[in-house]
Ligand binder design. Structure first.
Ligand SMILES: Cc1cc2nc3c(=O)[nH]c(=O)nc-3n(C[C@H](O)[C@H](O)[C@H](O)COP(=O)(O)O)c2cc1C
Length: 354
């Protein structure tokens, strides 16, 4: 298929695939750089990005700050002219600081979910960095666009619509996730909301659909619904270029459909993950007190949570997969071999020579 380039203001992604941000340590400079080099939008996750820094345990704030710059520069070396941005979760305690560090480093775009990024336009004043909120419903699209319009006299540069088949934290209740939602209607409703603001601001606001986009038919379906791009995460995990530990990639290859479950997360939203030994224990009601609280989330009471999300995601990033929280999308079981970013692009966009 010949899809049109994804145009985000003055930025042009020749191939309309945004790689979804994946924390902790799954989408860093290497994956984002490789995606940007292929003509897509490469996204680095800022969540505990400094976990490999020596001083991380003692000063996670500073370690994260340093790593934001380092990972951006790494991606930029791989793709000097591509589009490289950051995924920064609103739920992070240091959200504002991460946004400013990313913009200072040179980020082309900031994608923000796990909450609504109400003050993002304020934090990005004076930077050229584009803003892309993640929404999951007509309601959340209306709330954020109205708020930005009234409070900041600003609108989005791109909207990401993340559906119920995505990985990581999900903007749906467990009941919604268990029922088969007609999500196509919601996507079209969100597109209508976005159109209002396109007219008001006299600018194009591309809409990118995410969640379970795992083959060429799903890409085509998203475009048929009116999207200008797709955001893909799970398909990029078992690639050579992905920053995840090899053990983590192997868990995706091994996973069967029944191994993929909805889990509770200390972030306060449900998430989707692989049911490993650790998750079985959590499901059975075991509690895991963190060795040390690094104060990552704005709203988290270490005494009340079943496990520490940072600790368990860092185990995942380091390949201690039996002890880890292994986030994945609903279609993770469909991947059965390690491939390359180049091949994923060709396959999803139905280009020849796969
Ligand atoms: C391993 C993993 C980690 C993720 N981490 C984050 C994250 O830190 N922040 C975020 O906004 N989304 C996160 N996501 C969601 C993705 O960015 C993406 O929107 C979604 O997974 C797309 O669906 P797909 O995985 O089916 O392609 C994560 C997804 C996965 C699979």
């Amino acid at each position: 298929m010949n899809y049109k380039p994804l145009q985000i203001g003055d930025l042009i992604a020749e191939r309309p695939i945004v790689q979804g941000g994946m924390g902790v340590g799954i989408s860093l400079g290497n994956l984002a750089g490789a995606v940007a080099k292929e003509g897509g939008v490469g996204i680095i996750s800022s969540a505990q990005i400094g976990f490999k820094e020596e001083d991380f345990e003692n000063n996670p704030r500073l370690a994260n700050k340093k790593a934001i710059k380092k990972e951006y520069e790494k991606a930029r070396r791989i793709s000097p002219n591509g589009i490289i941005g950051f995924n920064i979760m609103v739920a992070l305690k240091d959200y504002r600081e991460h946004v400013i560090e990313a913009a200072k480093a040179g980020a082309d775009i900031i994608v923000s979910g796990a909450g609504l990024p109400t003050e993002l336009p304020e934090y990005l004043k004076g930077f050229k960095t584009k803003m892309a909120p993640i929404v999951s419903s007509v309601k959340s699209a209306k709330v954020i666009l109205k708020y930005w319009d009234r409070r900041h006299n600003a609108t989005a540069d791109m909207i990401i619509i993340e559906g119920p088949k995505a990985g990581g934290h999900l903007g749906f209740s467990v009941e919604e996730l268990e029922s088969e939602l007609d999500y196509d209607n919601e996507i079209q409703g969100i597109i209508d909301v976005v159109k209002e603001y396109e007219r008001k601001y006299n600018k194009d606001i591309p809409v990118v659909v995410a969640g379970g986009i795992s083959d060429k038919n799903k890409v085509k379906h998203a475009f048929d619904l009116g999207a200008q791009g797709v955001q893909v995460a799970t398909r990029f995990v078992p690639t050579k270029e992905c920053d995840a530990d090899e053990n983590y990639k192997k868990e995706y290859i091994k996973a069967k459909k029944e191994d993929i479950v909805i889990v509770k997360s200390p972030v306060g939203m449900p998430g989707r993950a692989i049911k490993n030994k650790f998750m079985e224990k959590v499901i059975n009601g075991e509690k895991f007190t963190p060795k040390k609280c690094l104060g990552c989330l704005a709203r988290c009471n270490p005494k009340e949570i079943p496990y520490c999300i940072t600790e368990r995601l860092i185990y995942a990033a380091k390949g201690k997969t039996d002890e880890a929280l292994l986030f994945c999308g609903a279609d993770a079981y469909k991947v059965n071999k390690i491939t390359t970013v180049k091949k994923v692009f060709k396959e999803l966009l139905e280009e020849k020579e796969v």
